[in-house]
Design a protein around this ligand. Sequence first.
Ligand code: APR
Length: 316
Amino acid sequence: MGKKVTVVGAGFYGSTTAQRLAEYDIFDTVVLTDIIDGKPAGLALDLNQSRPIEGFETKVVGVSTGPNGEGYEAIEGSDVVVVTAGLPRKPGMSRMDLLEVNSKIVRQVAENIAKYAPNAVVIVVSNPVDEMTALAQLATQFPKNRVFGQAGVLDTARFTNSIAETLAVPVKSVKALTLGSHGDTMVPVPSRCTVDGKPLSDLLPAEKIEELVVRTRNGGAEVVALLKTGSAYYAPSAAAARMAKAVIEDSGEVLPVCAWVEGEYGISGVYLGVEAQVGRDGIKKVVEEKLTDTEIAGLKEAAEAVRAKQADVANL
Ligand code: APR
């Protein structure tokens, strides 16, 4: 059987993720689903019609699903499922304000994934992502390595872009990192940031670095405030598609992702943004690197914030 990826949710995040995955031309099939009648089929047709121009062969299939799981047969045999279903925030909202409404959606989606694609690797992006990832694991009962969330690849890209713009250097000369939660307790990691191999602290004063850290933490809200309706999707979809690619290619590359931690940095039993090797079974291994004491303290604070909320989602 050919390689197959499903994207659940055909809104802005889901449709751009499907587009990127199709244009990679590494899957045989991209399935795009939504509860809205006709929308995924329309988007799929539109994407397929772009194939002769963009030059890719991946087939996109759009399917509308019903309240009792009708239509979910289409996801059978998926190697990877990206969950984007759920509401985005409005200006002034925090991601946590979406907890209740998105819990119901993600639980229902996860139960159908468990039923129809029991061997899939699941990448969750619906917000608040740390909690939704924990919920998806609970609802699928998949091994924890097979369920992980997208946050760090995006937050790192935002941090990288700000550093590159500030120093007027190409983005590719910048190496940056963010860990922790995808929210107020995000932990951008300046000690792991370099520009052409030079430590960021040699190039910018501490106050300026702190400004970039704060901007990274508020990166999503900055876009939401400008858009007025909906939230970011170009950089987020690039991040999610990149993670799905790492899975299907079994690349083993180390990416910052929301993964289950079991003792790393002295933290256990919680989904949290850490670096991990990503491959065919999802998370191959969480990678623990040297951080400053302040950064480790930030990570522990993020872990406790997420742990409290993750306990709540079990009952939502
Ligand atoms: N199953 C499938 N799709 C669903 C379900 C469900 N049970 N419930 C809602 N959806 C669909 C909606 O119909 C909509 O098309 O999810 C889609 C969400 O799309 P948008 O409103 O455009 O939101 P988007 O920007 O794509 O963000 C999706 O990602 O970044 C996060 O915070 C963001 O939680 C949000 C998610």
